[in-house]
Structures are given as C-alpha cells and as structure tokens.
Design a protein around this ligand. Structure first.
Ligand code: MLT
Length: 410
C-alpha cells in the first residue's frame, strides 16, 4: 500500500471555509425558508468591469481564428501583460522591475503555497496570529512543522501575535527566523503597515538573511496615500522580499483566476554548502516544470484592468466594497461593537460582543440573524474573541445584515 504524506494528518481541522460551509449547509437544510446573508469568505459579488469583459470576449474570439489562435503561452505570462503590470503597478511608485522578475499565475493562494517548493525544510518560519490559514497549513503539509498544541500552534513555527495592543501589526521577533509571512492590508484584521514599520521588517530580514513573503492581495483597497502598496517601495526590499499580488479582489477575478508573484533577481538564498543562488531562477524553474501558464483570454482580461476605462470601472467597484465596509463598521460601532479595519481593507475585524467565543458568535449570527461571518479563532488562537465580516457582499444584503445584527444586539 502506498505511504501517504503523514504531515496532512497533523492539520488541525478542515480548512476554515469548508467548515463554515458545512455549518451553513446544516442550517439551511434545517431552515430552508431562511434568507442567509453571506459575509464570511472574502468572495466578490460584483460582475467584472465592462472593459474587462470586452477584452475577455476578444481574447476568446482570437482563439476562433487560425491567424490569432494561441496554444501554450509562456509559463511566466505574456510579455504584454507583464509590461502592463510593471508600468501600472510598480513604475508609478518608483519601483523598477524587469520582465523576468514578474510571474503571472492562477492565484496568490496557490503561489503562497507553491513558493515553499524552493525553500529547505530546515528554514525557521515566522507566521502572524491571527493569519490567513494558508500560510500555516502549507508549512504543515510540506513537513516544516511538528504537531499542533492544544491551542492550535504548530511546533517549530515562530508565531507573532497580532493584537489590539500592537494595532494588529506583528512585532519583529526576538529570535532569528529565515522566512516571514507578512500580509498588508491584512487578512483577517484589515490592519495596514506604514513605511516605517515595513522598513523595520526589511532591515531585520537583511540583517538576518531572511526572506519576507509579502502578501499584497488587498493593496487595491488602500485609501491612505501614506501607506505603501508594494514592499518594494521600501529600500532594500528587492534583496529580501517576494511579493504576491492578485486580480481576485482587485478586479473580481476570484472565479476567473489570475495573479502574479514578484521574485527580484537580486534576492538570494544559500545552498547546503553555503553558495549563493538567486531565488528568481529557482522559481522560474519550478513554474516552468509544474505550471503551464494562465489561459490567454484570462490574461487579456487582466491586461484590460489597467486600460483607462478598465481602471476607472474597477475603481468604482472597489469604492462600492469600501462603502460596504464603512456601512458595516459604522453600523456596528453605533450598536456598541468595537471594530477594526475596513478603511484600507475589505474586512471588518470586530470584538465579539459580551466576550463570547468566536464560534459561539458565529452560531448566534447564523441561527438568530441568518448572517454568516468568519470566526476569528479560525485564523489562529489570537483571533479568539474576534470575528471577521467581509465587505464583498451586495449593498442591499450588507444593509440588511447590519440591520439584523443591530436588532439582535439591541
Ligand atoms: C478569505 O476569505 O480569507 C479569502 O477569500 C480567502 C482567499 O482569498 O483565498
């Protein structure tokens, strides 16, 4: 009989969102008449921008003619999309990137997990708590950790608590680590990091020859002009950071699938015998071997996100979600709930009223308000007593959910 990867058995529970799905299914089967409003998983609800849809259609039309048909594309993405990304996301912020440093992919979640292929298991990894569960679980799966303790912390991982006291921004660890996950604007707390904070992380990484895995999937929601959108706005980051970007939340591509990862050529790692090797070449090799690129029409659609009309239309969609976030935050604050996030991020991180546990509050909202959120403890033990609401719903649903929660709490 084939041996399994035993590391999978160390994973604490099912992945958070399937567990939420299971509870919703049980509830809706028992209460088929209930109108359940989902503000749990951060999944977009607005249709693609018209300019993006047109480009998507044109991309499909290209595939219908011999002259413009496209087969396999470059595993790294088409040059025209990479150039568009560099010219629109990085150059205006003073960040110079080469084509060879940007890798188009089918998602940040996949890239965040896949990146572990190019790192040795002996690396010590620092992960925030609470955190996007993918960082934890993928390290468990590859075998970098031991078993979980009763709190849900895996042996061998350095956890950095993100608490109300530190504004949910992780402090620099006292010990030396080799890999550090940072996510700003943060999922789940909605916290952002300013230039000074990020500079401290870059300085730490350079001093300790560590690599920062910077998840910027929510950068499009930054409204404060002082907040950096890319880690590469911080001097020295090109020597110590990999950045993950996504079209999922930026342009409604959660179902379409397109993202990109930046691995600067200046970023080095070392071999077992101490030689320096560029991580860019390793990631390129990994992608060329295990990935066949994003489909041509999807890349055409992604390119249109940066056309003048596409950009304007997408900004309207982002403003729509940010207005949802404001309605949730202010609506709940008026009901006496302590809320964080939701100004530079599409997530509201709230303290559970009456100090109830995160899952108790989840069940209360589901059973009494028919509203789904995400229990904070699902993002790590430091999330216990907190709860996340997503601003990606339809406006009328958001308004109704806020009204139902307020009535319930009154
Ligand atoms: C979330 O709700 O945390 C996100 O939608 C998950 C993801 O982007 O994979």
């Amino acid at each position: 009989m084939a041996r399994i990867n035993d590391n999978y058995l160390k994973l604490k529970a099912g992945y958070l969102f399937p567990e939420i799905g299971r509870r919703i299914k049980n509830f809706t089967e028992a209460n088929p008449e209930a109108k359940v409003i989902r503000l749990g998983i951060g999944d977009v609800t607005r249709p693609l921008a018209p300019a993006v849809i047109e480009a998507f259609h044109r991309g499909i039309d290209d595939l219908t003619k011999v002259e413009s048909f496209m087969g396999y594309g470059p595993e790294q993405g088409y040059d025209w999309l990479i150039d568009t990304i560099i010219d629109n996301c990085f150059a205006p912020r003073g960040v110079q990137l080469k084509r060879s440093e940007v890798f188009v992919s089918d998602g940040s979640k996949c890239d965040c997990g896949n990146i572990l292929d190019i790192f040795d298991l002996g690396n010590r990894v620092a992960i925030g708590d609470p955190v996007y569960p993918v960082y934890n679980d993928t390290n468990v799966m590859v075998g970098r950790t031991g078993e979980a303790d009763e709190q849900g912390h895996y042996e061998g991982v350095v956890y950095i608590p993100c608490t109300e006291e530190n504004n949910f921004t992780p402090p620099i660890p006292a010990e030396k680590v080799d890999l550090i996950y940072l996510c700003f604007p943060n999922n789940p707390t909605g916290a952002v990091a300013g230039k000074e904070q990020l500079q401290q992380w870059v300085d730490y990484a350079l001093a300790n020859q560590a690599v920062i895995l910077f998840d910027a999937a929510y950068e499009a929601f930054i409204t404060d002009p002082a907040i950096p959108h890319s880690i590469y706005e911080i001097p020295g980051a090109e020597k110590c950071a990999i950045e993950f970007r996504s079209f999922s939340k930026t342009a409604g591509f959660t179902g379409v699938r397109c993202a990109f990862t930046v691995v600067p050529e200046a970023l080095m790692g070392k071999t077992a015998d101490g030689r320096e090797v560029a991580l860019n070449g390793l990631w390129n090799r990994r992608q060329a071997t295990k990935f066949n690129g994003v489909s041509y029409p999807v890349q055409r659609a992604a390119q249109a996100v940066y056309s003048p009309e596409g950009w304007r239309q997408n900004q309207e969609i982002i403003a729509y979600y940010l207005e949802n976030a404001r309605l949730i935050r202010e609506g709940l604050q008026a009901a006496g709930v302590t809320c964080f996030g939701g100004t530079n991020a599409p997530y509201i991180w709230l303290k559970t009223p009456g100090g109830s546990s995160s899952w108790d509050f989840f069940d209360r909202l589901l059973n009494e308000c028919h509203v789904v959120g995400t229990p904070g403890s699902g993002f790590g033990p430091a999330g216990e007593g907190y709860f996340r609401l997503s601003a990606f719903g339809q406006r009328e649903n958001v308004e109704e959910a806020v009204a139902r929660i307020r009535k319930n709490l009154a």
